[in-house]
Design a protein around this ligand. Sequence first.
Ligand SMILES: [Zn+2]
Length: 114
Amino acid sequence: MALTRSLDAAAVQRLHDAARAVLSEWTSRLRDEAVAHGGWPKKVTAFHPRMAVHGRYGEPCPECGSKVQRIVHAANETNYCARCQTQGKLLADRALSRLLHASWPRHIDDLDPG
Ligand SMILES: [Zn+2]
């Protein structure tokens, strides 16, 4: 998670390469599924069972098993794995972190297990 203006040229290139790779992988995956299921899916949603963390708040990350975290802003929710994607840092959730202030846990290892 970073502001785009804070990215240097190498980071922009890595982001571009990663976006292309992920989009290419998912294009192939969804094409294969469409063929296997006989055409365009009847129900299209933003979620897919093979997405790692999107729509999986509270479920285990498929890479490390840590609970998937979330940031809620307005009607939107962003899901992420703190251990895999933010070096363990818990991103401030406007609702909860403002409520909890100083007791807001900063790192995934500061969360109560369970
Ligand atoms: Zn993880």
